[in-house]
Design a protein around this ligand. Structure first.
Ligand code: IPM
Ligand code: MN
Length: 360
């Protein structure tokens, strides 16, 4: 088999520091993987390049997976989408058709008190949000500003096609089947035509998965149930914008958004699985960038997902996940979750604890 190749796009804010930590862990478990670094987001714009420069796209084309840091800086707020760092992410999702966004939400033992919910509600929390990532209101046309009868207006459009719903539903059912066999499909079928299509297609796919228990929940209710009974969820599947909102809500149940990885994959096959983009969900956190205190957990766990889904290396994926769990169990904490009794470790020091746990 040819050597696996990874495009590493560190991006902005804390992206470079947490990505460096994640690459160190990757190289420790898989020294054979070739990593090609490329520039993206605000880091590219600062060099008078577009948010996703051609050379960076080429590096992605030639890879089995993308390890992404984060994009976004306050100085670009208010600019049109095409001139913002986030546009890089938008293009990668669109052009590689990364339709399935997997966002696991787990509370590590010992971190229950970091949650804004009562510890007993989030103890052992382990759910996954499956978000449709290339359709719906993010991408449908028309999407424009208009003057209508002299009045300034704007329009966004939400379109879903049956095959788009079907393929994301399959990803979610497969995932649920490999877990606790409970799937919650979230929509707004009392109001939206796209949601009525969504529900019909999900029900149709469900007939192929009689072993998975399916429930439908309206999005407003889902937002409420997530803070009321979070542990009752296993896999949640939903359309693009509902998924954007609910996955942030689900993420903060853990107390630190810095611990949560994500995977986005499409249809392109790799020798070990499928091409995908892996990134922390935490964002660029410019307020703490460059201080060496960011939590690298999400980036390190993104490497685990990359190994699992794009390189077909479940052994090392599970090995990294266990190492992170043990680091937390032994009390390792970065600044944002350090409590009175614990020392706040730097990004590098925390990564060293995880690396040491790899060998056990
Ligand atoms: C996310 C982010 C993006 C989104 C932004 C940066 C465009 O919030 O990945 O959830 O809205 O999808
Ligand atoms: Mn988001």
């Amino acid at each position: 088999m040819p050597k696996p190749k990874i495009a590493v796009l560190p991006g902005d804010g804390i992206g470079p520091e947490v990505t460096r930590a994640a690459v160190a862990v990757l190289q420790r478990v898989r020294p054979d993987v070739e990593c090609v670094e490329a520039i993206v987001g605000g880091a590219a714009i600062a060099k008078k390049l577009p948010p996703l420069p051609e050379a960076s796209r080429l590096a992605c084309d030639r890879s089995d997976a993308i390890l992404f840091g984060s994009v976004g800086l306050p100085r670009y707020d208010g600019k049109p989408l095409q001139e913002r760092p986030e546009y890089a992410l938008f293009l990668l999702r669109r052009d590689y058709e990364l339709f399935a966004n997997i966002r696991p939400v787990r509370v590590f033992a010992g971190l229950e008190d970091a949650s804004s919910l009562k510890a007993e509600l989030v103890r052992g929390l382990d759910l996954v949000v499956v978000r449709e990532l290339t359709g719906g209101i993010y991408f449908s046309e028309p999407k424009e500003r208009r003057i209508v009868n002299g009045i300034e207006s704007a329009v966004d459009t939400m379109i879903y096609r049956a095959p788009e719903v079907e393929r994301i539903a399959r990803v979610a059912f497969d995932l649920a089947r490999a877990r606790r066999k409970r799937l919650t499909s979230v929509d707004k079928q009392n109001i939206l035509e796209t949601s009525r299509l969504w529900r019909r297609i999900v029900n149709r796919v469900a007939t192929e998965y009689p072993d998975v228990e399916l429930e439908h929940v309206l999005v407003d209710n889902a937002a409420m149930q997530l803070v009321r009974r979070p542990s009752s969820f296993d896999v949640i599947v939903t359309e693009n914008m509902f998924g954007d909102i609910l996955s942030d809500e689900a993420a903060i149940l853990t107390g630190s958004i810095g611990t949560l990885p994500s995977a986005s994959f499409g249809t392109r096959a790799t020798p070990g699985g499928r091409f995908g983009l892996y990134e922390p969900i935490s964002g660029s956190a410019p307020d703490i960038a460059g201080k060496g205190i960011a939590n690298p957990t999400a980036a390190i766990l993104s490497v685990a997902m990359l190994l699992r889904y794009s390189l077909g290396d479940e052994t090392n994926a599970a090995r990294i996940e266990r190492a992170v769990e043990r680091a937390y169990a032994h009390g390792a904490r970065t600044a944002e979750i350090a409590t009175n009794g614990s020392v706040a470790l730097s990004t590098v020091a925390f990564t060293d604890v995880v690396t040491a746990q790899l060998e056990i």
